[in-house]
Design a protein. Structure first.
Length: 149
């Protein structure tokens, strides 16, 4: 499995505007709406699903990576969005550092194995400090895609 199987250039947001976890979650969820993964009518319910998952345990990993995610009937095809925050956002990460790379997963309810596999791939990426730092500092979507190849 590769991260790029689920990520498209339309779902990479280079400069997140949100400064709080709540603002970033909403901003990232809107990326799925703009790309047709999620209906605008379902946006609030999807965001609620993300919050429900966050209550179980925070999705802030380490070294500036967070992976908010939800499995829900609102999504038909597993998809990934990536947001980059220059300043970082508090996602209650394991190392107490702000998250600069926010990988949001929207998964169908029945995609448990595939969903876990994608989570594992992103978690592995969080251990590659040099790669994470390069992604944090790029200027274009194309550079992000090239680094993730």
């Amino acid at each position: 499995m590769e991260i790029l199987e689920y990520l498209s250039k339309n779902r990479i947001k280079m400069n997140l505007e949100g400064r709080s976890k709540a603002e970033v979650i909403k901003e990232m969820a809107q990326v799925f709406v703009k790309d047709g993964i999620l209906s605008a009518d379902d946006l609030d319910e999807f965001i609620s699903s993300i919050y429900e998952r966050e209550k179980l345990s925070p999705t802030g990993m380490q070294d500036g990576v967070a992976i908010p995610h939800a499995r829900t009937h609102l999504v038909k095809k597993m998809s990934l969005a990536l947001g980059i925050s220059k300043t970082g956002v508090d996602f209650d990460s394991m190392d107490d550092e702000p998250s600069k790379l926010i990988f949001m997963i929207a998964a169908p309810e029945n995609a448990k194995g595939e969903h876990l596999d994608l989570l594992a791939e992103i978690a592995k990426l969080s251990f590659e400090e040099e790669l994470v730092e390069k992604i944090e500092s790029v200027e274009t979507v194309e550079e992000v895609l090239n680094l993730l190849k």
